[in-house]
Design a binder for this molecule. Structure first.
Ligand SMILES: NC(=O)c1ccc[n+]([C@@H]2O[C@H](COP(=O)([O-])OP(=O)(O)OC[C@H]3O[C@@H](n4cnc5c(N)ncnc54)[C@H](OP(=O)(O)O)[C@@H]3O)[C@@H](O)[C@H]2O)c1
Length: 410
């Protein structure tokens, strides 16, 4: 159950309270109170987070099985195609699952995917109750898991820690509900507000670049405009340290330009994105009239799309709707300034990540200093990375209440 990668990267955030709860058979007050339910669901969410870097494109899911006040089984979803959290927890609980309460951070699946339906395993184990935050909005689940459990005489309780569970899987859940990818705008800036600096190649430092690479691990795609390609010659691959070949996920690289001509050179160097050995896929997207990729791309190895557009520029809402049809559930927009500004102007940004070079000056107090659109966002986190600071802002979201409403209407 314990993932060394998780412990290296996230161990500091694990509270000792949760760590002590993670030991199997820890006695907890046996009353089935609402506060007990929140505690067990907190533990299940904590377990789910262990799959954060490895389970995409699947959601993070954790499971805790409790019988007579004792934790008898725990598990989390490690990797797409591998057993779900409930299966790991049931394996640990064995016959002790009978009559037990099962806390899962998302509705158990009812369909045969790459693994068998989890509801069948729960029914077979004769559990008494299943406690979840909300139904899984994925069309292949969407309340059908709850219905099947109820038909088998198993109680299902919903609404436990819905806000926390919605935040944990916001990339996956937003894409399911809104038919658009979850958009994270990311940039590095100086405390003076500059995104580029004439005398320095990097505003970020090594620690902040590693941090940003770990976000590439979590998302389905990264996107930049041609301006960034020409000036920075990026590879846009995931070079996060500490990931095995099996774990490493290279996001789809999206480049937007008014032109369909892919430059051979960036400055005086060959364009890295055209390198035939680059792992993962690159799409060059420009305005046009097609909804199919060009059959003869200008650059072998790069897929070219010319999406219908009303003018010279691609309309970003149209682009993101198109990406949703291609099963892209999350995009990390890595610049540059023109592309980022359009995403904010169109109200498409769900979350912002700012790496700020804070060594030269005190961090300004107001987030409005950074960029006016962030006035509508809430600060969620701050991590110090040597002389850089990572700031995470998210748009106020009604995701949890929408998921609960959908759960009731299923
Ligand atoms: N600090 C940071 O985090 C950061 C991040 C990235 C880049 N940068 C810096 O930013 C500078 C580049 O700035 P930039 O604003 O030119 O970069 P950019 O936003 O990456 O690229 C702008 C270009 O993207 C294309 N584009 C933008 N919107 C489009 C749309 N709706 N439809 C079609 N094409 C579209 C256009 O290319 P065409 O001209 O080909 O049509 C446009 O000229 C560089 O100095 C780079 O180092 C900084």
């Amino acid at each position: 159950m314990s993932d060394p990668l998780y412990h290296t990267l996230f161990a500091p955030i694990a509270s000792s309270y949760l760590t002590s709860m993670m030991r199997a058979s820890v006695a907890i007050t046996p009353q089935k109170t609402a506060s007990n339910q929140r505690e067990y669901m907190t533990l299940a969410l904590h377990l789910a987070a262990q799959g954060e870097l490895t389970c995409a494109p699947n959601p993070q899911v954790g499971c805790v099985i409790v019988r007579q006040g004792h934790i008898v089984g725990q598990g989390y979803h490690h990797r797409a195609g591998e057993p779900h959290a409930e299966v790991h927890a049931l394996q640990e609980a064995q016959h002790m699952a009978e009559g037990a309460d099962v806390y899962v951070t998302l509705e158990p699946c009812s369909h045969q995917g790459r693994t068998p339906p989890c509801v069948d395993a729960l029914i077979k184990a004769r559990v008494a109750r299943v406690i979840i935050p909300f139904a899984d909005p994925h069309p292949r689940v969407s309340g059908q898991g709850i219905a099947k459990l109820k038909q088998a005489g198993i109680d299902v309780i919903t609404g436990v820690l819905a806000t926390e569970a919605a935040w944990q899987n916001r990339l996956f859940l937003t894409a399911q509900l809104d038919n658009k990818p979850y958009i994270i705008a990311k940039w590095a800036m100086t405390t003076a507000g500059e995104l580029t600096h004439p005398s320095r190649r990097w505003i970020s430092n090594e620690a902040s670049r590693q941090h940003a690479h770990l976000w590439r691990q979590r998302v389905d795609a990264v996107m930049v405009g041609k301006g960034t390609v020409l000036s920075d010659n990026p590879a846009l691959t995931n070079r996060a340290a500490g990931l095995s070949t099996l774990q490493r996920r290279h996001p789809l690289r999206l480049i937007i330009s008014r032109s369909n001509v892919i430059p051979a050179l960036c400055g005086d160097k060959p364009c890295q994105l055209s390198h035939p050995g680059l792992p993962g896929e690159t799409w060059w997207i420009s305005p046009g009239t097609h909804t199919e990729p060009l059959s003869q791309p200008h650059q072998p190895g790069i897929t070219q799309w010319q999406l219908p557009s009303s003018g010279q520029l691609l309309l970003l809402p149209t682009l993101f709707s198109f990406l949703a049809t291609q099963h892209v559930a999350s995009v990390l927009v890595e610049g540059g300034p023109q592309v980022l500004a359009q995403c904010f102007e169109a109200g498409l940004v769900d979350e912002a990540h700012i790496y700020i070079d804070a060594i030269h000056a005190a961090l300004p107090k107001s987030h409005e200093y950074f960029w006016h659109p962030l006035a509508y966002f809430q600060k969620r986190d701050e991590v110090h990375l040597d002389d850089n600071i990572w700031l995470q802002y998210a748009k106020s979201s009604d995701l949890a209440s929408r998921l609960l409403e959908k759960t009731e209407n299923n």
